[in-house]
Design a protein around this ligand. Structure first.
Ligand SMILES: Cc1cc2nc3c(=O)[nH]c(=O)nc-3n(C[C@H](O)[C@H](O)[C@H](O)COP(=O)(O)OP(=O)(O)OC[C@H]3O[C@@H](n4cnc5c(N)ncnc54)[C@H](O)[C@@H]3O)c2cc1C
Length: 478
């Protein structure tokens, strides 16, 4: 069914999913959250489902690192927060019996590290000149800067930017032609002010302000999910985000085939066919419908020449940009910093440094360096040892004692993950032109996954799950 709206999908989810009985068999490509949700719901309805997953685990970009850490410590490689407004994520957490706990990102001891000095957000006036703030910004705190350049801007756009369901109104589409940096600069923000408020929004998501769409940014910043929204309750999955995917995968374990990378998709009037690697063989399965949840960054490597896709779909697959994120974990013998919940936004290439384990028991801690943009791309070319040494050297310069307490390190470079090829969608200027084409079904092939979200800034578990429900509605109306 073309033209399903976000509101319609949400109402259907609230009221109970319709069952479909016209489709006998479905192949799902990918066992990330969207693929798992689609397969789980279809299985409940009695549809024959096969999930082909390239890697050896479920969850995709929900991935909790447990090895090589000691004492049962763990750190998230992918998603780590969920808010009470993430209704689809909350729904599946409840349905799977997976618990939440307050997020580690709540009440952090957040501070800046600039020009070799630690600066608290309410004390930037003491360093205003050295930071390079404009004359009229020098008496302000970071909260004041945020209110001036972000909150007031959003208030001026009007209620459409914060509407419960996404509708791209003309005013919002105009914003899609402008970058976030330009909007902020046009409002008078100095480069120094931008660098101070950036960690409060897209920095945490790794967006590049130069190319990021102001439409997507404004939408995100005015949503109750945003980092800056005072009333948002932030949670994490207790014990690791991967527990949600594992619980879902357990329910449909007989349907999931791991280590089966899909390499080709074709379709005819009668069926769709999916070719995949099964060790040293190529195998082909047929089904009535295929749901592809692989990110477009991974789909670019599939042979789709006989898939019967429109030119607009091919263009969207080719053009969609992904954010570069690289996380380096340094296991420390003990907490050698005074803060309870250390979180440093730095002007060094390791971008953000935080205690990834403030609520985990035991003396050991994992210090995490969260790199985005060009530093993430540069470090992606390093070996694992080089990355760890790089992070340790930088960490030592701002947290003396890092080297002495260091035990072991690990890292994940999302750009290098073969079946991800990036962290999450970067909605660039002009993103609205691609959005509809990311999700539109093409004959027997349907598309789910965070990149097919209704929301312009859809890089979240919630919108990945929402996309699965949308596809179920597409199938129920066939
Ligand atoms: C660093 C990072 C931080 C994040 N933080 C948050 C957060 O705090 N909160 C939040 O809600 N979200 C967050 N997200 C986003 C969230 O993790 C994703 O939006 C969501 O998990 C995407 O689910 P998906 O099903 O769309 O895609 P994926 O999880 O990528 O699933 C796709 C699956 O397809 C498989 N696949 C790919 N290609 C093929 C192929 N050719 N053949 C077979 N299988 C294939 C992949 O292996 C994968 O398992 C974060 C993501 C990252 C990377």
């Amino acid at each position: 069914m073309q033209g399903l709206t976000q509101e319609y999908v949400r109402h259907t989810m609230d009221g109970g999913l319709p069952s479909q009985n016209t489709i006998d068999s479905v192949i799902v490509v990918g066992a990330g959250l969207s693929g798992l949700a689609a397969a789980y719901e279809l299985t409940k309805q009695g549809t024959r489902v096969t999930v082909l997953e390239a890697s050896d685990r479920p969850g995709g970009r929900t991935w909790t690192y447990r090895q090589p850490f000691a004492d049962g410590l763990h750190a998230e490689a992918g998603a780590m927060t969920v808010t009470e407004h993430c209704s689809y994520t909350m729904h599946y957490l409840r349905e799977m019996g997976v618990d939440t706990a307050p997020s580690d990102l709540v009440d952090t001891d957040f501070s800046y590290y600039r020009n070799g000095v630690r600066i608290r957000p309410d004390k930037i006036d003491e360093h205003a000149e050295a930071l390079g703030l404009h004359e009229d910004e020098r008496h302000l705190t970071v909260a004041d800067l945020f209110a001036r350049y972000v909150t007031k801007f959003n208030e001026n756009i009007g209620s459409e930017v914060s509407a419960l369901d996404w509708t791209p109104t003309p005013k919002l589409l105009e914003l899609d032609q402008i970058s976030v940096r330009r909007i902020l600069a046009d409002r008078g923000a100095s480069p120094a002010a931008i660098s101070l408020i950036e960690p409060l929004f897209l920095e945490m998501r790794g967006g590049e302000l130069e190319s990021a769409s102001a439409m997507a940014w404004a939408r995100y910043e005015s949503s109750p999910r945003s980092f800056s929204t005072a009333d948002a309750q932030w949670y994490k999955v207790e014990g690791g985000t991967d527990l949600l995917a594992r619980a879902m995968a357990e329910k449909i374990k007989d349907q999931i085939l791991y280590r089966r990378p899909v390499v080709r998709i074709t379709q005819s009037d009668r069926e769709a066919q999916v070719t995949f690697l099964d060790r040293d063989r190529l195998q082909t399965l047929s089904a009535d419908r295929v749901i592809v949840t692989a990110p477009f960054s991974s789909m670019r490597r599939l042979n789709l020449s006989m898939a019967g896709l429109s030119a607009a779909k091919h263009a969207a697959i080719r053009k969609l940009k992904y954010v570069s994120v690289l996380r380096i974990y340094l296991q420390m013998r003990k907490k050698f910093w005074p803060e309870q919940r250390l979180m440093l936004s730095t002007d060094t290439p390791i971008c953000t440094v935080r205690d990834a384990t403030p609520q985990q028991p035991g003396p050991r801690k994992i210090l995490e360096c969260w790199l985005t943009g060009w530093p993430a791309q540069a470090a992606a070319s390093m070996s694992e040892d080089e990355r760890v040494n790089f992070a340790l050297r930088e960490a030592e310069s701002m947290l003396p004692g890092a080297r002495e307490n260091f035990e072991l390190g690990a890292s994940v470079a999302w750009d290098n993950e073969p079946y991800a090829g990036g962290a999450y969608v970067l909605p660039e200027v002009g993103h609205s032109e691609l959005m509809e084409h990311t999700r539109s079904p093409e004959g027997r092939i349907h598309f789910a996954g965070e990149h097919t979200a209704f929301e312009p800034n859809g890089g979240s578990m919630n919108y990945a799950l929402e996309s699965a429900i949308r596809v179920l509605l597409e199938l129920s109306s066939v």
